[in-house]
Design a protein around this ligand. Structure first.
Ligand code: AMP
Ligand code: ZN
Ligand code: FE
Ligand code: FE
Length: 274
């Protein structure tokens, strides 16, 4: 059974590849199932679904919702959602609108630090969907202020840096409920990404999540085994993937993290029952 990649980003959020190009990459890598999980938007799903059909790849419509829990940012991956569900759409519209306002604040703070970025050019490049710090990091590179995107985060955009502006998130309970309301399954995204997230995971598992992401580029083989065992113990599904953003962070990560096809099949079966 061909492998799966159930965590991917496109130009609908902060990836460099259009949704159809994401699918093309997946096809070239021989993947059998993929999910597009852009940050706080479903804007890329229709294009990706159409492309997946032509490439004979099974497609799960997804989203990665920015949520908070215990004053920390937690990402919730929804798989198999109805992208047109009104309550989900309303919440995502609020989140993306807030990202627009936040962008103005970030640019104002950069201005105070003597860095002028052309807002309309930045927005044009970001396209429609969800705008985020990555778009600023890329604009800083284009302006010659930084050499790589990471430098923009480290010098300006991360917490404690001069242009840090927190993002509006929704309570993690609401993110899970919205995904369920839209007929999808909710997963704790990349629980091993940071120390704070690792500490919160046991508490998060008290919420009605359907599963956790065991696979992620930030997860060591030991960590993956640990999350698989945890999921097995709790009767939860496992998901995950490359969290590929195309070329924005250097080489595309798609293909480096492969989810065995049988786990994608279990997710499909759970969706059929839901
Ligand atoms: P935002 O959602 O606008 O706060 O942007 C966060 C996104 O930027 C993450 O989901 C990553 O895709 C990307 N990113 C890349 N490098 C970094 C970094 N060093 N720190 C935080 N976010 C990063
Ligand atoms: Zn991202
Ligand atoms: Fe994430
Ligand atoms: Fe992601």
């Amino acid at each position: 059974m061909p492998a799966a990649d159930l965590h991917l980003h496109s130009t609908a959020s902060d990836g460099s590849d259009a949704p159809a190009r994401v699918v093309e990459r997946a096809a070239a890598l021989g993947l059998g199932t993929i999910a597009l999980t852009d940050h706080d938007t479903t804007a890329g799903l229709a294009e990706a679904a159409a492309a997946a059909a032509t490439h004979d790849i099974a497609f799960l419509p997804g989203v990665e919702i920015s949520a908070w829990y215990a004053a920390s940012e937690v990402h919730v991956t929804g798989l198999g959602i109805d992208a047109y569900h009104p309550e989900l759409q309303a919440a995502l519209t609020t989140l993306t609108r807030d990202r627009d306002h936040r962008m103005q604040s970030i640019l104002a703070l950069l201005e105070e630090n003597g860095i002028h970025l052309d807002e309309s050019a930045l927005r044009a490049k970001a396209g429609h969907g969800a705008i985020g710090r990555m778009h600023v990091a890329l604009a800083l590179m284009d302006a010659g202020v930084t050499k790589i995107a990471q430098e923009g985060f480290d010098r300006f955009l991360n917490p404690g840096r001069p242009a840090w502006v927190p993002k509006a998130c929704i309570p993690v309970e609401d993110a899970v409920a919205l995904i369920h309301g839209a007929g999808g399954l909710a997963f704790i995204a990349h629980p091993g990404l940071s120390k704070s997230l690792r500490k919160l995971t046991p508490q998060l598992l008290g919420l009605p999540f359907d599963g956790i992401e065991a696979w992620h580029p930030s997860h060591s083989p030991g960590r993956i085994a640990e999350y698989k065992a945890l999921a097995y113990e709790r009767g939860l599904l496992v998901a995950g993937g490359s969290d590929c953003h195309g070329t924005v962070k250097g080489k595309p990560t798609m293909g480096t993290v492969r989810v065995q096809g049988k786990y994608a099949q279990r997710i499909q079966e759970a969706l059929a029952r839901a």
